[in-house]
Every structure is written in C-alpha cells, then in structure tokens.
Design a protein around this ligand. Sequence first.
Ligand code: ADP
Ligand code: MG
Length: 616
Amino acid sequence: MADIIQLLPDHVANQIAAGEVVQRPASVVKELLENAIDAGADSIKLIIKDAGKTLVQVIDNGKGMSNTDARLSFERHATSKIRTADDLFQLHTKGFRGEALASIAAIAHVELKTKQETDDIGNTIVIEGSRVASQDVVVTPKGTSISVKNLFFNIPARRNFLKSDTVELRHVIDEFHRVALAHPGISFVLYNNGSETFNLPICNFRQRIVNIFGAKTNEKLVPVEEETDVLKISGFVGKPEFAKKTRGEQYFFVNDRFIKSAYLNHAISSAFDGLLKNGTHPSYFLNLTVDPQTIDINIHPTKTEIKFDDEHTLYALIRSAVKHSLGQFNIAPVLDFERDPTLDTPYNYNKSIANTPKVEVDKSYNPFNDESVSKAKAVAYKKEPTTSWESLYVGLESKGTKTQQDFSEVHFESDEATVSMFSNDKEIEHTHTTYQLHNKYIVSTIKSGMLVIDQHRAHQRVLYEDFLKNMTIKEGISQQLLFPLELHFSNQDIVIINQLKDDLQHTGFVFSSVKEESVEITGVPVSVPESEVSIILEQLISDVENEVPDSNFSATDLLAKSMAKSLAIKTGQSLQKDEQEHLVNKLFACKEPNVSPTNRATFITMSVDELDKKFI
Ligand code: ADP
Ligand code: MG
C-alpha cells in the first residue's frame, strides 16, 4: 500500500497550535502583554473592542524588532528568548515557546508596527490567517504595536463558542489584572470600547493592588514576608473577616508569573483554618521567588501551571509564613476565641461569676421560623386552597395551563386563610407524615407509594418563584435598616450592580447611593437577613459574570436564581415537622414544582410496585 503520512503545511500546524494557545480573546491579551514585558517596556497600553472579539491591541515602548525579526516573529518556534533546551530552566522571560504570534496570526487578522530605538523608520506587516498580506516601512514611535482583529474569523465553530461580551470581558480583565499585579514597575492602561477602564501608574505592589481593587482594599491587607534558602515570599493576604464567599482574589506569582496551583492554595486555606466563616475563601496576593532551576514551566501551553521540584517544602513554608503574619497582626487570637474581657482582668474580678459567652452567629437561623419571612413568602403566593397535596402532585402535568396566576390578587395571607394540606383532612393527616432523612431529604407517603424531596432544591424553587413574582409585579416588600449598610465593591462590580439595580429594588432592596467603589443600602427584602446582604450581592455579581451566552440571559431570572441559591435552606439543616410540611406545601403550590431553578429534579417518587419488585 502507498505511504499515507505527510507533514502538515505550516498554516495548518499553526491553527492546531492555536487551539491550545488561543482559547478566547483573553488568551491573546495574555500573550501580547507578556511579549511587551519581555521587550522591556515600562509603559503598556491595551485596547479592547467588543470584549476583544473585534480588536485586541497592545502598544508598548519596548525594544521593538528589526525588519527581519518582524517577519520571523510570526514563524512557528521562532523565538529570541531561548537557544538551547537548558535555557528552559534558566528562564527570565515570560515567553519561550515561540508559538504565540504564529498561532494568533493563523486565526485572526494581525497588524504589526514596530521600530527599534536606533532605527529611523519602522516596519509594518499585515498577516491574515497565516498569509502575509503586506509588509512595508512605516513611521511609528519606538516600540511595538500589535492589533489582533476578528479573532477566529476562519474558524466559525470557535467563534460561536465564545461567550457573551460580559463573560469574555471578565476574562480579559482577569488576565490584565494578573499581568499588571505581577509588574507594578510597569504602567498599564486599559481602554475598553473607547473608554479608559484602568490607568495604573508605576508604583509598589501594595499600591498596585489598591489601584486595581479599590481604595478600601488597603485596610484589608496583611503583609507576608519570609525568606529562606529555597523560597522568598512577599505580598499580602486579606484579613479573614473580608474573605469572600464566591471568588476570593487569589493570586500566586512565581518569579513574576501568575500561576494556578490548587496545592499551594490549600496551604493558604489551611493557614486560615478556623478563622473563616464557612464557605468563604481568603484573598491573597503572594509573590514567590524560587531558583528557576527548581521549576518546570513547560508543562502546559498557556504556562499557567508549573511543576515545582519540592512542592511539599513550599507548602509548609507558605503555610507557616501566612500563619505567622495572621498571628503577628493580631488577627488569629481575636478570632480564635470569643474573648470575654472579664477573663482578661483576673485581679479584680477573679471571684465574679463567669459570663456565658455570647453566641454571635445564629446557627439555627431558619427562614421558616422568622415571622417577617413567612410574611414575605405569604405575599408571593395566593395559595390555591388545596385539600389534598396529592391532588396537587397528581395534577402537575396539566398545571401549567391550569393556573394563570392573577397578580392583582396577591395579598397578605392571614394565618386563618392559609389552608394547610395537613390540617383538616383526617385521612391525609395520617397518610402524609413527613420524615427528614440525613438532614437532606424529606420523605413522605403518597397514594401510589413514596415521595422523596430534596430540601435544598425544593426551597430554591419556592424562593425563585417568589422573587420572580416580586420582580414582575415590582412589589417586593422591603424592611428598612436601622443604619444604612455601606458595602465596597470594585468599579467593575459597581457596573454590574448598576445594571441590576432596578430589578434588585423590585425585590425589596433600597439603594440610597451607588457610587465609585461603594453602595449604600437602606432597605433589604424581608426575606434577606442583613448579615447575608454582601454575600448575596457577591454571589450575584459572580453569577452575572459567569452567565451563559447573551441569548438566554435575563437579568431578572438570573437575579431570582442567584438569590434563591443564596437563601435556600441548605443540605444539612435539620427541619422541624411543621417546617418540613410547610416546605412541601409551598413546593407543590409552585408553578413548576418538579425542577429546581437550574432544572434539576426537586423530588422523586417510588411506587409500591417498584418497592414490591425490590423485595422479590
Ligand atoms: P515567544 O514570546 O515565546 O518568544 P512569540 O510568538 O510570542 O514567542 O514571539 C516571537 C518573538 O517575537 C519573540 O521571541 C520576540 O523576539 C518577538 N516579539 C514579539 N512581540 C514583541 C514585542 N512586543 N516587542 C519586541 N519583540 C517582540
Ligand atoms: Mg510570547
């Protein structure tokens, strides 16, 4: 048989490489910024249009390229940064693979302008899908400007795969933050759709963090410094009380390169052990300096994962350095103990009766017990009088058409008006006993067999329909706060809050001001405890940022989902009998009781027949 193997043409090989290196506009941003840094620039501009889908441009004042280099830079494996394989373990540059420009030029329209300091005139090259369209001389300042237009123009599948502009811009900004944080000695400016979004002057690391994340960040930072033979650590961790529920700002830089490491992240979490509220994550901004010989950066095309020779030692060093800082800054002791001041003054008070420490966190908080909450829930439903829960359950399929909710009828329910499915009907009372299984499921009998309800999902459904309704009729009940609540956010987060402000107000939030880096809240929905407000808003912002493509996106829906997720009773929470029954009643009074807001089953049934079969 004839030989069938052949070498792929360069442009095909480049497109394949691009699949690894360029996943989205943010990947282009990363590669171009890194090249500008490697070129020794101290001023870098990033210009973005349509979240980078239309344009990513990076302009630097670095050393520029000669005429020949300008052309060569787009070849695969063309690099000025290493010469031999040994150099891989002596890296002092961001790049070394020599494939970024070749990959990018294979899948976009690229225009390069570059000039070295000593040259009078610069060079420009236009490349489209690996094909050089033109090359010429040009008048341009010292340094390099690369524009990448119409990303994935020749790979529609990849282009369609890109997320909404909000999501892609989030990735671009994340990448920009990572690079800018690693290089406070370089000034960075970001223009997004013509407006200046970040302007970061040359400064020290702490100022860079503050310039990016907002003035309020300054007081949250605790310095971490440690120097040993194998590792130098410098940077900051966030005070535990500012830990975030959804996305701590977590940054490791190894030799000025942002990296991801679940293992080292764990070292930090364990240093914070016992200091954080459940489910929150500490912020950290840590620079690690190690001998380049002891790491391998070439294990991943995007160079964000690296292999350390001795990870265990680094783990121990990082953990103890962070612990030390937390202790030194008096953070650990204060939070470790619920300190009672009388215990600190043994002399005068040694005969006084010990005070019982106050429990500050209401662990048993249960939205169902709260009077105000049940009011809030009541307003969302004009409950259909039901005599049998089973009839509701049975009628599920036809329910969508049956109940056109009349919003004008919504009113406060009085207790008498609430028809419980459990109270008046003797037969039902004895059939429908509920039982909580592993603080997770509510089990009950139905005529045909058995019903098992997932309490967390069921409650999400109930709250989701509540919020959705309140937002639609614009009638969320608000409870006024005694003192206005001031919360701090980054400016990007404020943009999102502004987008959602109207809907949030319909759920019952009252904003007295939304300005740079902070919002002031004077009222919250009755179902939202004040202590949860910042967590809910954070969760919401992160949900908006990670939302699915534009087409399915509705701010109202997302808001309702996000709040329902934050507030729903959790798995692991024990429920009283009446609470279990209440939840079941509420669930089956929903429009779509079968599924949670994220479309997962809220309950399953098992018929007696099925059970019988298991006993054969
Ligand atoms: P790598 O960065 O891995 O070397 P790239 O494809 O990103 O590979 O770049 C190829 C070469 O082009 C670089 O090694 C460098 O010599 C040159 N180059 C790229 N961008 C710039 C820039 N902004 N200024 C000067 N030279 C650059
Ligand atoms: Mg590079």
